[in-house]
Ligand binder design. Structure first.
Ligand code: ZN
Length: 291
């Protein structure tokens, strides 16, 4: 029963949360070493800084652009020094502000190959599980597709791409090391792992994306087995970011380290998938009963 409620809450949030929650003001803060949270209250954006230039992972929806730009400046960094903007997945709430930040920075945008068309055109992908419930985005100009396992290098920074399809076909998660006082930790920016379909549509029986279930199950297994000390999920609360931030006063630098965070995140995603599959089965039954 608890499972049903948790899954229900997550799906309700993901599908119907009001923009006001997602764009709640949030002060930027250091996560670990040269890794900073620069997103809003409900959508993650992470800045990785280096003397050779910076990397930004996700920005948020269009309304997040000004906040994220202000957060980066507030921390003392220049937008012009951002060389790459990495994207988790091509949904408006994570990629809608990329075009604006790209204009301000001149950065190259990197994403999974199946996401490139939606990002370049700004038009939702008809094979997306949440199609047609997606709004268009501002088209992005300077894009490059990255392969699963590819490492993006910038000076001493090395960020590795991990294909995590299922929530979308082109989903990517990103990992790197952050160092503070001689201690290095594994940081994971985890893509959304929630298997949800547009209202009235089947997630697991989508003729446009028949591999969706197999993909998302593999993506969950891959996030579950990553070395994971500091997790930031595309929507921060699902990775427990705010609970960990609350411990900062007592635990200091180590507050964001939780080696169980990726497991908990995947466990939540598995509950959502189980609920979605039950909904899909009910939909099958309803369709079978139609004359
Ligand atoms: Zn999404």
């Amino acid at each position: 029963m608890k499972k049903k409620i948790l899954g229900g809450l997550l799906s309700a949030f993901l599908l119907h949360a009001s923009a006001a929650d997602w764009y709640a003001p949030q002060e930027p803060f250091q996560l670990y070493g040269s890794t900073y949270y620069v997103g809003t209250g409900g959508i993650s954006a992470v800045l990785i800084t280096s003397p050779a230039g910076h990397i930004l992972v996700d920005v948020g929806g269009p309304q997040a652009a000004d906040q994220v730009a202000a957060h980066i400046r507030q921390l003392g960094f220049r937008l012009e020094d951002i060389r790459y903007i990495l994207n988790s997945h091509a949904h408006p709430d994570h990629a809608g502000a990329i075009a604006a930040l790209q204009k301000l920075s001149g950065a190259t945008v990197l994403a999974g190959a199946p996401a490139i068309h939606a990002l370049e055109s700004g038009q939702p992908d008809p094979s997306d599980p949440q199609y047609p419930g997606l709004t268009p985005m501002s088209p992005i100009a300077k894009l490059r597709a990255v392969r699963d396992g590819e490492t993006i290098r910038l000076g001493a920074l090395a960020v590795t791409a991990h294909a995590t399809p299922g929530h979308t076909k082109g989903g990517m998660s990103w990992t790197w090391q952050a160092t503070e006082n001689g201690r290095s930790v594994n940081v994971v920016f985890a893509d959304s792992l929630f298997g949800i379909a547009a209202e009235g549509r089947s997630f697991s029986r989508n003729p446009q994306y028949p591999r969706a279930r197999a993909d998302i199950e593999r993506s969950m297994a891959s996030i579950d087995t990553l070395p994971c000390d500091v997790l930031i999920s595309a929507h921060p609360e699902f990775g427990g970011l705010w609970e960990r931030k609350a411990k900062q006063a007592t635990r200091g630098d180590a507050a964001f380290i939780d080696t169980g965070a990726c497991h908990s995140y995947v466990a939540k995603a598995r509950e959502v998938l189980a609920e979605t599959l039950a909904d899909d089965a009910a939909l099958d039954k309803k369709r079978a009963a139609m004359p």
